[in-house]
Design a protein. Structure first.
Length: 86
């Protein structure tokens, strides 16, 4: 996770398919906690923000998909603008 200047605040390698780690569970849990704290410093107020993001690609949410291009409304086949609060 990087801040607006590009400085790395936290990171967690997931070398197995980008989904899993070969590291011990405690090490991965500590890394995830660092990511959650870093997200908080950037203004995230929801609990478990990365868990929320992981569900966006599921088929149980048919209207939206998170892609490498951004958030997509699959019904309209359009990118959905994501706005930050001022």
């Amino acid at each position: 996770m990087v801040d607006e200047t590009g400085r790395v605040l936290a990171e967690l390698a997931l070398p197995i398919g980008g989904l899993m780690s070969d590291r011990p569970a405690r090490e991965v849990a500590d890394g995830l906690e660092r990511l959650v704290r870093a997200a908080g410093t950037l203004g995230t107020t929801i609990g478990a923000p990365f868990m929320h993001m992981s569900f966006l690609g599921l088929s149980v949410i048919p209207e939206l998909r998170l892609t490498d291009q951004g958030l997509v409304d699959v019904g309209l086949f359009e990118l959905v603008p994501v706005r930050q609060k001022a």
